[in-house]
Design a protein around this ligand. Structure first.
Ligand SMILES: [Zn+2]
Ligand SMILES: [Zn+2]
Length: 333
């Protein structure tokens, strides 16, 4: 292994930094520290548009509304924007900002924070706060997006799955507002600045494909076409791929590690989210930079971190030891 490996904390509650990780804040008392009991109306409205507008793009791309054409340039831009903004979430928001699985320099931090914001999943501090809370309370009361806390029976499970996938965005998102679970980011002036400029990144995310296609072709129609495919449709697909980590990867798949929650490894989600679908592995070793722990578990995000390391842009990459893995491995898996 070429990395300057640091042993990851194998505790199932690990991955929450600052006061929570040190024990100064007890996750069990989380409800008491919650600053609001329901997602704010402003957040609900913003989320509604962030979810619904990309769907209009999808309908347009499918010629079910006004309809747009499709050229190879649209597909290239779709792939490029899906890949780099996706890594903004998986490498940036998740493995770097939430779990501090590696260390990088300030320009890369800023770039990853902006790229992640371009997926329209909310500002980085909010995303990190909700996700740390998920790890602290996985599949227990207080988990913002567990699909497993609903009523029993078929419809109870359907409603639970919807809550885990996207219903939580309108009910349990943003209850902490970053002051507790995301305090390290809340107090970082650069991150706060990027958070405050969130709507700028939204405009960039949708407008940049238009500008690139317009610059290449000189056609407004081709610009709009790229805006739909590489802007709205791309945002739709990556949003729901990420949502599937919360819903599918706490419902269907294998559980090779004993983690105390219902997290699973799901290969399809793993591919669509650049390695985030190895979610049982991740709950077992939250601070690990690598989620796909076997050679067959493709983890593009980890490979990207390794590439950053080769470029001297990442260091202190955290990985679990084989001993830690075997200690909580489920026999028979
Ligand atoms: Zn999870
Ligand atoms: Zn995580």
């Amino acid at each position: 292994m070429t990395s300057e490996s640091v042993v990851a904390n194998a505790s199932i509650d690990a991955g929450i930094d600052g006061d929570v990780e040190s024990g100064a804040i007890n996750p069990a008392t989380l409800e008491i520290t919650t600053v609001r009991q329901h997602t704010s109306v402003a957040s609900e409205v913003i989320t509604f548009f962030a979810i619904v507008v990309p769907i209009f793009g999808l309908l347009s791309a499918g010629r079910l509304l006004w309809g747009v054409d499709l050229h190879p340039l649209d597909l290239y831009l779709f792939a490029i924007f899906y890949f780099f903004t996706g890594l903004g979430i998986t490498v940036g928001f998740h493995r770097l900002f939430t779990h501090k699985a590696f260390v990088t320099n300030q320009p890369v931090r800023v770039l990853l924070a902006i790229l992640g914001s371009m997926t329209l999943q909310g500002p980085v501090t909010q995303w990190v706060t909700d996700h740390r809370k998920h790890h602290a309370r996985s599949d227990q009361p207080g988990d913002p997006h567990s699909p497993n806390l609903g009523r029993p029976g078929f419809w109870g499970h359907v409603c639970g799955f919807y809550h885990g996938h996207m219903g939580w965005l309108f009910s349990t998102k943003g209850l902490e507002r970053g002051e507790i679970y995301g305090r390290d980011l809340f107090n970082d002036p650069t991150i706060r600045l990027i958070d405050r400029a969130y709507f700028l990144w939204v405009v960039v995310s949708i407008g940049l494909p238009f500008l690139i296609a317009f610059a290449i072709t000189g056609s407004t129609a081709r610009g709009v076409e790229a805006l739909v495919w590489a802007g709205l449709v791309r945002i739709f697909f990556f949003q729901h791929a990420t949502f599937a980590v919360n819903s599918v990867c706490h419902t269907w798949g294998r559980r090779p590690y004993v983690t105390g929650d219902l997290s699973t490894n799901n290969v399809i989600v793993g591919i669509l989210t650049f390695g985030e679908g190895w979610h049982n592995n991740h709950h077992a070793f939250p601070r690990s930079a690598r989620h796909g722990l076997t050679p067959r578990q493709l983890d593009v995000s980890y490979l990207s971190i390794c590439l950053l390391e080769k470029m001297h842009l990442a260091s202190q990459i955290r990985l679990p030891t084989e001993q830690q893995q075997s200690r909580i491995a489920r026999t028979g898996e």
